[in-house]
Design a binder for this molecule. Structure first.
Ligand SMILES: Cc1cc2nc3c(=O)[nH]c(=O)nc-3n(C[C@H](O)[C@H](O)[C@H](O)COP(=O)(O)OP(=O)(O)OC[C@H]3O[C@@H](n4cnc5c(N)ncnc54)[C@H](O)[C@@H]3O)c2cc1C
Length: 341
């Protein structure tokens, strides 16, 4: 996004007034896990949810189209034509706000029981923790342990902020992130609203944030406080299991097949990785610096200096193969931001 010198000066003066940090001329590739993304003339770096509110307010006041970016772990940003003002929301604070909440079961129909691990989670008492949307889950889990609080273990090893986790309704092991949400505070057309979980529209891979321009400021999470010894071990084990996944990636590229598609193809699983590997035979396929992972065919990894177009071309290639061979349209799970050919 091109910003005239005069406008940039006005913008930076405004940011300084409210102590919001910013950086100029930043390659967004340094802020995405797949390491692609072009030059942004300025990025804003709020440090908590109130600064995020201010940052959005200023962006809107200047008439900029903006995008809140968390840890950049689900984004493929174009190498050129960045047409938005990036608000990098990777910091925040958290606090315990209720130590004796009314008990309730908020497990969703998508979550499955896992008797091996579920028992460990039965110990401890419920607590409600309010967390800014910029907090990163890995750091958050470690900080929670210092207060003997647990409940994020299922999402161990996912490089997400709270904002990204709610936006995508991430899933880890047998749980969805929405399972632990009590309520959220959002910014909706310059108004702050608190919405309880019952009124939020969550689904597998889906949250209401995907269809609105609302920004998540913070979330109240129902976690547990108690003995963390076994939980720590479980978390370490689950992180270990995720480590072989290609880290220089944007996670799983496509959504899994539907039950109907699985049945039609007579496959043992809905896994998109299985489909790409066993039916399309595309494991290891390379375009430029982008490769379909040998270990996890649902991931595209940056094996060197991939451009955003290398990745985009590989995505289109997989989609074409799927449509031509099986008439299946593969829906993206990652998000493309900026301009692609
Ligand atoms: C190696 C690897 C493994 C992964 N494993 C998993 C997994 O097991 N399960 C899983 O579900 N996902 C997984 N992912 C995908 C990814 O980590 C998640 O989708 C994650 O939630 C993205 O969070 P983020 O903070 O990086 O969001 P970003 O990628 O920065 O943003 C994603 C979207 O969220 C929006 N957003 C972010 N913050 C806010 C906010 N405060 N308000 C409104 N919108 C916001 C952004 O605008 C963007 O549209 C994996 C990714 C990688 C690289």
């Amino acid at each position: 996004m091109r910003i005239s010198e005069k406008r940039m000066l006005k913008l930076t003066n405004e940011l300084k007034k409210v102590h919001i940090k910013y950086k100029t001329n930043i390659q967004l590739s340094s802020l995405t896990t797949i390491h692609v993304g072009g030059l942004a003339s300025i990025i804003l770096e709020p440090e908590n949810s109130s600064q995020l509110y201010e940052a959005v307010y200023i962006a809107e006041k200047f008439g900029f189209q903006f995008k809140v970016i968390g840890n950049g772990s689900n984004l493929i940003i174009s190498d050129t034509n960045i047409d938005f003002l990036p608000i990098i929301n990777k910091k925040g604070q958290w606090e315990v706000i209720d130590t004796s909440p009314r008990s309730r079961n908020i497990k969703s129909k998508f979550s499955q029981n896992d008797s091996n691990s579920d028992k460990i989670f039965e110990n401890g008492k419920d607590v409600i923790v309010q967390a800014d949307s910029g907090i990163r889950l890995t750091q958050f889990a470690t900080e929670l342990y210092q207060k003997k609080i647990f409940g994020l273990e299922h999402f161990a090893g996912i490089h997400s902020t709270i904002g990204g986790a709610v936006y995508k309704n991430i899933h880890g092991m047998n749980k969805l992130f929405s399972d632990i949400i009590e309520s959220v505070t959002i910014l909706d057309n310059s108004k702050i609203r608190i919405i309880s979980r019952e009124k939020l529209n969550f689904d597998y891979d889906y949250s209401f944030l995907q269809d609105t321009n609302q920004i998540l400021l913070s979330a109240n999470l129902r976690l547990k406080q108690g003995d963390i010894t076994e939980l720590k071990k479980l978390r370490a084990k689950w992180i270990q299991q995720k480590t072989p996944q290609p880290q220089k990636s944007a996670g799983c590229i496509f959504q899994n097949l539907t039950k109907e598609q699985q049945d039609n193809l007579n496959l043992p699983t809905q896994s998109i990785g299985y489909f790409i590997d066993q039916k399309l035979n595309l494991k290891g396929k390379i375009i430029g610096g982008a490769k379909i992972s040998e270990n996890h065919a649902e991931f595209i990894e940056n094996i060197g200096d991939a451009t955003s177009n290398d990745i985009h071309s590989l995505i289109k290639f997989i989609q074409n193969e799927s449509e031509q061979k099986y008439k299946i349209k593969l829906a993206l799970k990652v998000e493309l931001a900026g301009k692609f050919k």
